[in-house]
Ligand binder design. Structure first.
Ligand code: SAM
Length: 289
């Protein structure tokens, strides 16, 4: 069988390198190269961009990104068993694929990347959420990346694009929408993966805004939203009590009823509260974590 890029089909690659999926590494592989090409297209115009890919596995999405014209792909993979398969892709695209064997949560990729940079990944969901929060909450903005194209469990994707008042609305929506445009680009059924997970998945595409929608200190906003949605059924005057001795008055100054619950409050009001807790240029008066 021939493929779009003249490399062997992924089933053959997996069999030849004995890449049986390991549950503890969250390995649910995409083996359809038409599908990985479609996901790569969601990442936008890749010609002239470096792409950071986390968790390439046998390389289905990596091949999609290279076929879409990525100038250079830096792929970080924890599972050393995938390295020979990825080396074959690197040989087919000379000078365009660099693979680092390691944990994406531990590695700083910036030394290996040249702007403009886009990020694409089909990751285990827990790692994906942690990386997403890190990519969204650096102190300074704009960040090192222009866009993120990430696979999530469908429920997590819905939390990223949710609006106030909905069940899915929470910290992820606020942090994502504060500094980026976020949309669900496509949804995938369990059968798209090998082995099939129990849940549906979705690709979320986020584009970094040139500046946050409203001014606020990232660490303060992150802390407020963690406290507010950590106890989302509580009134804000209770869930945010640990942040300031007179939180009720700060809530009122921000135009937020102290008896309101986090899910009723929009991004702008949370940013106003963050500014009241930490006025620009002032160093961290916020208590706790
Ligand atoms: N991108 C491939 C695909 O779409 O078929 C593989 C996707 S699979 C869901 C997730 C991949 O992430 C696996 O290859 C796994 O080994 C890798 N992985 C898991 N945790 C990782 C981590 N902390 N850092 C880097 N890679 C990781």
């Amino acid at each position: 069988m021939t493929t779009l890029d003249n490399l062997p089909p992924l089933r053959e690659v997996i069999a030849r390198h004995d890449l049986r999926a390991k549950k503890q590494l969250g390995q649910n592989f995409l083996l359809d190269l038409n599908l990985t090409a479609k996901i790569a297209r969601q990442a936008g115009e890749l010609g002239g961009c470096d792409v950071l890919e986390i968790g390439p596995g046998p390389g289905g999405l990596t091949r999609g990104l290279l076929m879409q014209g990525a100038r250079h792909v830096l792929a970080i993979e924890k599972d050393a068993r995938a390295l020979p398969a990825l080396a074959e892709i690197a040989a087919a695209y000379p000078g365009r694929l660099t693979v680092i064997n390691g944990d994406a949560l531990e590695i700083d990729p910036l030394a290996h990347l040249t702007p403009p940079i886009r990020i694409a990944a089909n990751l285990p969901y827990n790692v994906g959420t942690e990386l997403l929060i890190r990519w969204l909450t650096p102190r300074d903005w704009p960040p090192f990346w222009e866009s993120l194209t990430l696979m999530f469990q469908k429920e997590v994707a819905e939390r990223i694009v949710a609006t106030p008042g909905s069940k899915a609305y929470g910290r992820l929506a606020l942090l994502a929408q504060w500094r980026a445009d976020a949309r669900i680009a496509m949804t995938l059924p369990p059968e798209a993966f090998t082995p099939a997970p129990k849940v549906h998945s979705a690709v979320v595409h986020l584009t970094a805004l040139p500046a946050p929608r409203y001014p606020a200190d990232a660490a303060t906003l992150s802390r407020i939203t963690a406290a507010a949605f950590g106890q989302r059924r509580k009134m804000l005057r209770a869930s945010l009590r640990g942040l300031h001795p007179d939180i009720e008055s700060l809530l009122e100054q921000a135009g937020i009823p102290p008896t309101a619950r986090a899910e009723e409050i929009g991004l702008e009001a949370f940013c106003t509260l963050a500014r009241l807790l930490k006025p620009a240029g002032q160093d961290c008066p916020v208590k706790g974590g």
